[in-house]
Design a protein around this ligand. Structure first.
Ligand SMILES: *[C@@H]1O[C@H](CO)[C@@H](O)[C@H](O)[C@H]1NC(C)=O
Ligand SMILES: *[C@@H]1O[C@H](CO)[C@@H](O)[C@H](O)[C@H]1NC(C)=O
Ligand SMILES: *[C@@H]1O[C@H](CO)[C@@H](O)[C@H](O)[C@H]1NC(C)=O
Length: 471
């Protein structure tokens, strides 16, 4: 090559002038190959960028779906208030609608349900093989015990729930970010808390939902016999909030309330139900403001605490009296108390699992403008999976399998660990038992492969009850 170039000045000149046609063809082929490879590289880069850029979730246009090859996804329980729009998610495009008339459209590939509105008497039946079901439910079973049943969870292909095992885990739906855990914005140093102790109790309680599956008030009542509790919410109230803060919706997010609660050494943080990974602002709020949470709820909450001692767990104490004794011992020992506040005092988060999970979280909370919200992420996940199978269908390839299990929700029967006295108001275990019958009736009717009426459904439930066919 070098030799040739010396003689003629340029490779092309050689080709075109001296050796004629054969060289032209050779160079042409080499050129094509190079261009081809470059194209492949460029396409790959674009494709992988699109894959990574799941943040690019956008509405392309609203209206009716005209495209033959775009899957239609129906919110069976209207949730987003969107009657119909194409949305682009990475390189996938889906048509989302809450119009049930699309149920029989051959492009319909998925039905999306919001858990609290899911009713066994109102389902998109008969269900075709190509009909995926997707469940979005960030709430505890308080609203609906059906998802505690394996028979019901098995119906879904895609899930977003609080459980870590879910396809889109919402476990940290109430945690703004990791920085809020170490931030001193609301933090009150121990010496100041000690001074407050002259006018305030050591513990604050601010709950307004007083009859819950976890029966938390019974425990607090007992605890308060041994250590003073200031209760501001509707439950066991003994202290008033300023009137402009007394609305439970405001007081969940008001900085004024945060400052008030931050004065306390401890905040009672009891979830309304004990489900794995069902963790709410009850826990994150005291962690954020720098008061130690006294926690009851998710049995595996340790997995997500910033440091091992960041919360005091009710389950580690035999009874309320023992817990009160421990808290009183901390009242008298600032060093021991501050071991529970390493995230604030030492700016420390030692839980790598929590750090990693928050890094993985694609969505933001509190209208974070830099991130999508979790509903967009859920729609995106379903769109992506459904599109994949839609394309495979066009190529007559067998679909990828997507199947939820009981572990995507599955809360246990609410045993009332907290009830210190006979409590015949506790209907929660009964609601759970009712759901067992409903789930079985639903399964049986669906196995027939046809639709059914509400009357059919309740008749089936009654049959099961009469024959005692379920336990
Ligand atoms: C979706 O779930 C249903 C019910 O379990 C199942 O029959 C179907 O095969 C699943 N679809 C996919 C694509 O895995
Ligand atoms: C409730 O008590 C039972 C029996 O002591 C125990 O096995 C269970 O883990 C407790 N539940 C919670 C959520 O602490
Ligand atoms: C069942 O579906 C058929 C059409 O597929 C419809 O005519 C009928 O009204 C439906 N029945 C119920 C109970 O929804």
């Amino acid at each position: 090559m070098l030799k040739l170039r010396k003689r003629c000045g340029s490779i092309f000149k050689i080709c075109f002038t001296r050796r004629g046609f054969r060289y032209k063809v050779a160079i042409f082929i080499v050129g094509i190959v190079i261009v081809f490879y470059l194209l492949i590289i460029i396409l790959n880069v674009i494709e992988s960028n699109l894959d990574e850029d799941m943040n690019s979730f956008s509405i392309i246009f609203q209206g009716v779906p005209k495209d033959e090859n775009v899957p239609v996804l129906i919110w069976w329980t209207p949730f987003t208030g969107d009657s119909g729009s194409y949305k682009q998610c990475g390189r996938n495009i889906c048509f989302f609608t809450d119009q049930r008339k699309y149920m029989t459209d051959p492009r319909t590939r998925a039905f999306l349900f919001y858990g609290s509105d899911f009713k066994p008497t109102d389902l998109p039946l008969p269900r075709l093989l190509s009909h995926d079901w997707a469940l979005f439910h960030e709430e505890s079973p308080k609203n609906n015990f059906l998802f505690s049943m394996e028979k019901v969870m098995k119906l879904f292909n895609h899930t977003a729930t609080f459980r870590r095992e879910s396809d889109l885990p919402l476990t940290f739906q109430y945690l703004d970010n990791l920085e809020s855990l170490t931030s001193k914005k609301y933090f009150v140093p121990t010496s100041d808390k000690n001074k407050n102790g002259k006018t305030l109790a050591p513990l604050a309680y601010l709950h307004s939902d007083c009859n819950t599956p976890s029966q938390r008030d019974s425990y607090v009542e007992e605890l308060a016999k041994y250590i003073p509790v200031d209760s501001y919410g509707k439950c066991l109230q003994n202290k008033e909030l300023p009137p402009h803060l007394s609305d439970p919706m405001t007081n969940m997010i008001s900085p004024e309330i945060f400052h008030l609660l931050a004065q306390y050494k401890f905040n009672i943080a009891f979830e309304n139900a004990a489900c794995q990974d069902y963790i709410t602002e009850k826990l994150w709020r005291p962690l954020t403001i720098g008061s130690v949470p006294i926690y009851f709820g998710s049995p595996k909450v340790e997995d997500w605490l910033p440091n091992p001692l960041s919360a005091i767990l009710v389950k580690n104490f035999e009874n309320p009296k023992k817990l009160a004794e421990y808290l009183l011992s901390l009242q008298a020992d600032d060093n021991a108390y501050e071991k529970h506040l390493e995230h604030k005092i030492q700016d420390k988060i030692s839980n790598q699992k929590l750090i990693d999970a928050m890094k993985r979280r694609e969505w933001g909370v509190n209208n974070d403008p830099t991130k999508k919200n979790f509903i967009d992420c859920f729609e995106c996940l379903v769109c992506k999976r459904v599109t994949e199978n839609f394309k495979r269908g066009l190529k007559h390839a067998s679909p990828l399998k997507f199947q939820a299990t009981i572990d995507h929700y599955g809360c246990p029967k609410p045993v009332s660990n907290f009830t210190m006295k006979d409590d015949n108001q506790n209907w929660w275990p009964e609601l759970y038992d009712k759901a067992i019958y409903e789930a079985t009736a639903m399964e049986r009717l669906m196995q027939k492969g046809t639709n059914y009426t509400a009357t059919d459904f309740y008749q089936e439930v009654i049959n099961l009850l009469e024959n005692n066919a379920v336990r």
